[in-house]
Design a protein around this ligand. Structure first.
Ligand code: ITT
Length: 177
């Protein structure tokens, strides 16, 4: 059994869809202020590893908006909590370049093993309005083609998403070793 340390049920459901046996552990870890998601994950893994002696994964994600020079990026959780999707739509109001991408970094460790990391990205655009009621976080304003991620069910989102890709690589690694 792998423990997924996360506070985010949406993430957990997406991960369970791909990995199968997975248990959610909402015990928290320090999300350090760093320039990259990889650093956040490496730091977080060390912290949870000290608390649980078992196979553990964590995942950190962020949305990077081209015309905002990559903002909110590593600050995505804080920005979602504070200004939210309406705030992002406001910041994007007069911007012609709508390009954005999501990045997911999965970290895994088990007793006696060096941590391993897997990445995934999905490129899309920030829409002009929120649409859809599935998913979570930035999903209603992040579009791939003419559909927002919040208009996709878990199976559809996993097929194209940042997390779907990083988790597929993780799953492959688990199978191959
Ligand atoms: P953890 O406990 O796993 O850290 P979190 O919700 O804080 O859960 P992150 O720090 O990885 O997760 O996510 C940063 C922000 O980006 C947060 O507000 C998420 O809701 C949002 N986010 C992450 N993945 C997303 C996705 O697939 N679709 C939409 N928003 C996403």
């Amino acid at each position: 059994m792998i423990y997924f340390v996360t506070s985010n049920l949406g993430k957990f459901e997406e991960a369970r869809y791909i990995l199968g046996e997975l248990e959610m552990k909402n015990i928290g870890y320090t999300e350090v202020q760093a320039d990259t998601l990889e650093e956040v994950v490496q730091f977080g893994l060390r912290e949870v590893q000290a608390k649980i002696t078992a196979p553990i994964m964590i995942e950190d994600a962020g949305v990077f908006i081209t015309s905002l020079n990559g903002f909110p990026g590593v600050y995505s959780a804080y920005v979602q909590r504070t200004i939210g999707n309406d705030g992002i739509l406001g910041l994007m109001q007069n911007r012609v370049d709508r390009r954005a991408f999501f990045r997911s970094v999965v970290g895994y460790v088990e007793p006696g093993l060096e941590p391993v990391i897997f990445r995934g990205e999905v490129h899309g655009t920030i829409g002009f309005k929120a649409c859809g009621s599935m998913g979570f976080g930035y999903d209603p304003i992040f579009y791939v083609g003419n559909k927002s991620l919040a208009e996709m069910n878990i199976a559809e989102k996993n097929m194209i998403s940042h997390r779907g890709k990083s988790l597929a690589l993780f799953k492959q690694w688990l199978t191959d070793r």
